[in-house]
Design a protein around this ligand. Structure first.
Ligand SMILES: O=C(O)CCC(=O)C(=O)O
Ligand SMILES: [Mn+2]
Length: 290
């Protein structure tokens, strides 16, 4: 790694070997074939509706993006579609992915696209959990990490697999691991990241986070999208509570004396952020379960 600025440019024939190395890192569902890659690579360079970008620091290849534009009915015409985006393992967390996306957005805008969307093949879908007493929660959930928090008739717990798809949860994004490291000042990393999706009237009743083994590790949460009214009290359910707003980008740490404080979400202020179309709030909570 060097400190030179990230450069994004359209891929050319001479980038073929380097992009092959990166594409091999991305491949999971199908075994990577160098012979098939070569055929596709050469053809993509000649495809007007394809956009193949490489990110370099002038010396090393940091990542690539393969996107397309195509006609749709729902957007009254062209949209940009990101098929593949990869930042090489040792180069993550430096803004390369963002730079690739920004370049693709510019390409798409310049090629008449109304919007840009991203394929999310390995994302674990949101689902609506049920409490041990059989009540459906208003918040939808999914997880990142080796373990994910879940609830059903058998109780609250952490599980390694998605309860609907049976697949392992996707890895915790590097940017969240960095945030945890900053907040915990070098403590052991998180092994779970619960993702809560609040749509419409979703809320979360007062509760303690106590399904983790060691309460000396904090719970670190990031709010995205619409602002929430967050309520927090003491370690007794009946202790007085206070409420305040958690806006998009706010980070909330429940640690030390507050680690076992009762807390919840009274409501979400629909439309207070433009981040999620249609009004939604996403809360990512990083935990150390084991
Ligand atoms: O959405 C929030 O800000 C709080 C979420 C929460 O308390 C939890 O997932 O345990
Ligand atoms: Mn909680």
């Amino acid at each position: 790694m060097n400190d030179a600025p990230i450069q994004i440019r359209a891929a050319v024939a001479a980038d073929e070997s380097a992009v092959a190395g990166l594409a091999g890192e991305l491949a999971q569902s199908f075994p990577f074939s160098r012979a098939r890659f070569e055929v596709s690579y050469r053809s993509l360079l000649d495809t007007e509706d394809a956009c193949l970008l490489v990110a370099t620091d002038g010396r090393d290849y940091l990542g690539y993006l393969l996107g397309f534009r195509h006609l749709t009915f729902f957007a009254n015409g062209l949209v940009g579609w990101v098929e593949e985006i990869l930042v090489s393992r040792g180069q993550r967390g430096l803004g390369t992915g963002r730079a690739l996306m920004t370049s693709f957005e510019q390409w798409a805008a310049g090629h008449g696209c109304a919007m840009v969307a991203l394929s999310t093949r390995r994302a674990a879908p949101f689902y609506r959990p049920v409490t041990p007493s059989g009540q459906s929660m208003s918040v939808e959930m999914t997880n990142f990490g080796p373990l994910g928090w879940m609830t059903d008739a058998a109780g609250y717990r952490y599980e390694a697999r998605h309860p609907i798809t049976g697949q392992p949860w996707p890895p915790i994004p590097a940017v969240l691991l960095t945030l945890w490291a900053d907040v915990t000042e070098g403590g052991p990393g998180p092994d779970a990241c619960l993702v809560n999706l609040y749509r419409a009237d979703a809320r979360m009743g007062l509760h303690q986070d106590r399904d983790e083994r060691d309460f000396s590790h904090p719970v670190v949460s990031v709010s995205l999208g619409d602002t929430a009214i967050f309520r927090i009290g003491g370690t007794e359910r009946r202790a007085p509570t206070r409420s305040f707003r958690l806006a998009s980008g706010d980070v909330c740490v429940l640690g030390g004396d507050a680690r076992l404080a009762f807390h919840g979400i009274d409501r979400v202020l629909a439309g207070s952020s433009a981040l999620a179309p249609g009004g939604e709030r996403i809360n990512l909570t990083l935990r150390r379960a084991l």
